[in-house]
Design a binder for this molecule. Sequence first.
Ligand code: ADP
Length: 618
Amino acid sequence: MNLYRKLLLAQAPLALALAIVGVVSVVVISFLGSHSQTILKDNYRSVLAAQRMKEAVERMDSAALFIVAGERQKGVEQAEKNRPIFEAELKVQEGNITEAGEKEFTEGLRQAWTDYQAKFDRLLKGATAEEARQLYFSELEGAFLRVKVSADEILAINQDAMVRKSDAVRRTAERMNTITLIVALIALVLGLFISTLLTRCMLQPPSALSEATHRIGEGNFDTRAHVRGSDELAQLARDFNAMAARLAEYRKSSLGELLQAHLSMQAAIDSLPDPVVIFAVGGELQNVNQAAQTLLGLSSETGAKEPLKGVDASVRNVLERMRSHVLSGKGAYHPRGFEDAVKLPTILGDRYFLPRAAPVYETRGVVVGATVILQDVTRLRRFEELKNDLVATVAHEFRTPLTSLRMAVHLCMEQVAGPLTDKQAELLHAAREDCDRLQAMVDDLLDLSRIESGRIELFPLPTAASTLIESAVEEHRAEAEEAGVKLSVDLPLPEVRVLADHERIGHVFSNLIGNALRYTPKEGAVRLSAQVSDHGVRFTVADTGKGIPREYQERIFEKFFRVPDSGPRGTGLGLYIAREIIIGHGGEIGVESEPGQGSTFWFTLRTAEQPAAKGDRR
Ligand code: ADP
């Protein structure tokens, strides 16, 4: 049965109740109607006949009086007119005997009437008025009164019956009213009850569907909507169940895939020899690999409150730093060099780890976690130390013979060992230049080894900014003239004092001005300046040279880095050493350069009045 028919069926009990009430009402009304008709048929006709007979007999009586009074003609006419009326009505009455005792009264009336007629006929035949008068008063009047009384008796019996029957009809009507009311009530209640029952039955499928939908929404994909039948709702439930089954299948397969992906990822990170730690966005541990568990003693089961509990203090600091760096939205963290490595004492000796961190993004690009990898650089560090040691030893060992060599070349050029030919002087000049370069290189390498071993010592003292610039210019004036480059200072210089190790800052200037002169063609210009800034004093060395390609601008401060095609001279250490010195002073260093337009190197130093910032390296 389809939904439309079911809806109709649900209304049917009410319609049936209405029909029952209607039928009962019709029956009651027709019953009452037939009762009234019975009264009319049975008694009213007799009442009418009795009254008409009474009237006719009275007219007959007055006709007799007319005859007695000598008006024979008039009396005879009136009697002739009323006699058949009486006869007809008596016949009607004789055919309509309905009440007990009425038959006897009617027979009595018939007799009285027959008697009255016989006497009336005798009156008609009477020859004189006197005879007529005697007959009337002696016989006819008495017969008339008997007829009238008999008619009255019939009238009374029928009127009584009418009153009785009308009372009975009224009582029946009242009873019928009550019955109709009760039937109507019962039909209505039953109709409503059955209608409600059917409607509830009909609403069962939608509520089953709604409940099943709710359960599926909660993730219970095994739920099904149980609806029997063949209507549209049952069809909908079948479609719904098919959809739920497909969803369950899909979830099973996607869960399986997810599980597989998770296992693969876990296997991948477990196979890494370096510790990997993944933090959730709230800072708690989300995952750690095997290496992190064995080397750092971490476990993702660790409580959310203190996820890094039990980890070595230095490693914990680094992990926390990485975590807050990434989770605060600063992006990935890349170590600057081995100096960022963190030491972890183990039973096999100290190990060094270089931290790297990267954010974990969800699909909309929001950071939802941080991955930290501690790269084990113990062996690389050992190599680095060995290399530094070697460089330091070689540089150190070079110094004494180099000094002797320079001295010997100098003495030869001074012709202490005898006069020189032009050719000899030229060769010695070239040798001296190479000795100077070698010396600069050895000095750089020694500085590098000092920096690497943390042995570089700075003695910052309040020094006028102008003094630093003027002595740097003075030192390079001759070199600039030789190179054909104009070396100038932007005036006025600020009259402030900065905290500077004069010799080391002189070294920084030396490097920046030396580079500027080296990479600026003849007729170019190198300008020095100093301005007071938020961070102290900002010194700049600007040239009009060839500039630095953008992709190398970040890297030129790295150790041993040289821009390709920078010429044969140089070690790539100058800017690295300058940066270390400036950082050691608590300042910053950088470059702004436009290839082909020149470069502007800048660094900052704190003024003598400024307090030292946290984390300065001295
Ligand atoms: P180097 O000993 O090679 O000069 P530095 O560390 O001093 O080493 O400089 C690194 C690189 O930066 C150089 O090889 C050079 O290519 C580039 N450089 C430095 N200063 C300048 C400058 N003023 N103009 C153009 N390039 C420069």
